[in-house]
Ligand binder design. Structure first.
Ligand SMILES: [Fe+2]
Length: 147
């Protein structure tokens, strides 16, 4: 497993973290549900921390962290903003899908990582699992109040 490949994998994951951070940043104030708003703000902080940690690790390996979420991130952002205008239900589903993609992206790249990066990525993934759990609970709550 080459160092370049490790750096490349970490940079791909970094891009996903930027994407998640931006989406929480853009959507947290748009829709009115206060509990959801607070969670989105907290998740944004988690992803800010993930960005910092991944950047530190990339630099430790001698790499250059890429910046921002790129074109895919901009598109995801616009879509999330639109969904958040439709209400918490649509937003929650969209963000849930995004988090799931993020966790899958981590799983797909575990083989490319050195032990120290792997330990970091495992910690990040645990936090994202907590994000997923929150969204699952909220989506179920929304369903039961509609009944
Ligand atoms: Fe997350």
């Amino acid at each position: 497993m080459s160092r370049d490949r490790q750096i490349e994998a970490l940079n791909e994951l970094l891009k996903g973290e930027y994407m998640a951070r931006d989406i929480y940043d853009k959507t947290k104030n748009i829709q009115g549900d206060e509990q959801v708003q607070n969670m989105l703000a907290k998740f944004q902080e988690d992803h800010d921390r993930h960005i910092q940690q991944l950047e530190d690790r990339i630099r430790q390996l001698g790499g250059e962290p890429q910046s921002g979420a790129g074109i895919a991130g901009t598109m995801a952002n616009l879509s999330a903003m639109y969904k958040s205008l439709l209400g918490p239900d649509a937003l929650l589903k969209q963000v849930y899908e995004g988090e799931k993609m993020g966790v899958d992206a981590y799983d797909d790249r575990l083989d490319a990582l050195d032990p120290e990066s792997l330990a970091l990525v495992r910690r990040i993934k645990e936090e994202d699992h907590k994000h997923l759990q929150f969204f699952e609970e909220r989506i179920n709550q929304e369903k039961s109040t509609l009944r």
